[in-house]
Design a protein around this ligand. Sequence first.
Ligand SMILES: [Mg+2]
Length: 238
Amino acid sequence: MNTPKRLHPILQGARACVFDAGGTLIHPDWERLAALAEAHAGRRFGAGEMRRAFGEMLKSLNAPEQGKPPVDQTGRHWTFRAMYGGLGLDASACTKLVGHIDAAHAERHIWCSCDEDAPRVIDELKGRGLLVAVVSNTEDGRVRDALGAAGLADRFDVIVDSHLVGVSKPDPAIFRHALELLNVEAHEAVFVGDSYAHDALAARAAGLRAVLLDPLDLHPDAVCPRIHSLGELLPPAV
Ligand SMILES: [Mg+2]
């Protein structure tokens, strides 16, 4: 008899898997972000260097680099403003670019690229009877729009958008809200996200199990399990 192969050990016995959205299920449209920087700041960036700068910026939220001011987490698209700053653009260029990102984002969500593993991972988890949800911090209440642009929106049992519920990660209240909607206990849920501070540590503080998605290996000292791609949640292919 064929027994189903095991999921990642952290999912053993879990009833729900809750995902962060940006950087986990969906990714920025790096091509548009590169084109904007080239057109309006005269700099050419590759997707790889932007991805790394974005990851380093997220890491610095939890562990600020010595001698550098903390990342200003306010204002529209602060994550991209900080990313461009990390790539060497000055403050005025970053502010100008944010305006152009805003215009591009109004036309089509700037986080519209589907993670290549996301559809099969979600489908496999659902096929095994797990509830699947999203908890995302947004500035404008458009996470469903972003998931729709990436072709994922219809797959989830619950979608929680910080802007719509009035509370953001790392506040434990947003995790509790999702758990109530899912009708599961904290210890029965696994949270998967790419931010060590806002996802992994915050979810653990709220009593959930946590997995850090760390594709660039930026967090070797993480206190929770790490994966380099979402596909690692599933059994290895034979
Ligand atoms: Mg994220």
